[in-house]
Design a binder for this molecule. Sequence first.
Ligand SMILES: [Mg+2]
Length: 451
Amino acid sequence: MVSKDKNVHGRRSFLRGAAGALGVGLWSDQVLEALPQNVNTNSKPSDLRITDLRVLVLARAPMTSPIIRIDTNQGIYGLGEVRDGASKNYALMLKSRIMGENPCNVDKVFRKIKQFGGHSRQAGGVCGVEMALWDLAGKAYNVPVHQMLGGKFRDKIRCYCDTPQVRDPKAFGLRMKERREQGFTWLKMDLGVDLVAQIPGTVTMPLGTNLAYGNNTQHMFTGMEITDKGIELLCNYVALVREGAGMDVPISADHFGHIGVNSCIRLGKALTKYNLSWLEDMIPWQYPELLKKIADSVDIPLATGEDIYLKESFIELCRSHAVDIIQPDLATSGGILETKKIGDAAQEFGVPMALHMAGTPIAAMASVHCAAATENFLVMENHSVDIPWWSDLVEGVEKPILNKGFITVPDKPGLGITLNEAVVKQHLGEPGYFEPTPDWTRDRSNDRLWS
Ligand SMILES: [Mg+2]
């Protein structure tokens, strides 16, 4: 690690010197001779090769997130993050597939490994590797990731933050007001039937079952429906939250509970007057026709996407206008470039893209570069406003990373961050800091998908 860092610093100080020479409009013979030599030592992109993939696991940052480091034959390395809650093995099993590849060929390597991803957490390894490839390509060519995607549409990324649910709506409204005062320009709340289910006559469900039964049963199959009384109580809750937060700030709502399609429609209609900015994942994304039925009946935007892998399903949702807003998590949707493609495709149908994000600063900065470079970007999630050490996990960017509701898009090469080893070591979810992974170096398998 130490020798690698020295190498990087040596190159950077040279480049600063070279830029200084450019600044006065002159390249000395000495600089001209030194240039190819310096590119050669640390950044000869055509000869860059992947030599290792290692992991560590962070806990409560805000979730459990494996962090990966891809090493190369030229001393530079790339950082990536496996989706929160996913196994580090999703990344490790890709090591044998990417060894010896040139990480600058991001799309080529992504297409090689994308068959090993799936929806939700199953995509964690592929997306984490993709982020690390972009970090490496940026370091190799000395440009930030957003520049390689086509440049920026914005210098700061608007964020909303989650605010833990409180049963007392007045107390929750005050917490939302505090978020405004912290600078947030977009708010989000959970609005589940669990807020009212303890009151008799609010939710009907098969006798002998409870809300927990719904946790692992998709909404349409629980037999759980909300009553008019339940809807009225949830509307009263939102009214008081609006009183605290104000009517002029966007508030999105999520986690309604696993109620049926008709309950979603009745609840959505009743909520219209509170002008919520989106209703998230009212039912699973795998049922676009049912989503469209809700979207066509309710005059509040519908959103989905945090569990979808690859652009194809997003494009279908946008083409049929089954939802009004798509919300990929780029640690699931296919990484940085695939998510930009998702945003650009959605734009063709007039659909904006919000970004789901519940990870560490690594996934956050990967999302920031994508959000900067995607025109129809709306707002990005953050779950870590109340974690004091979250920004300290990394170095190289403005602190706090999320400042007054916005994240500044970094201009440093790659993702623009390095790990703060001391802070990371204080928050490991399992022992080990990028330990060797020799068991994952080789794997015999014919991975061809066609004959
Ligand atoms: Mg959600």
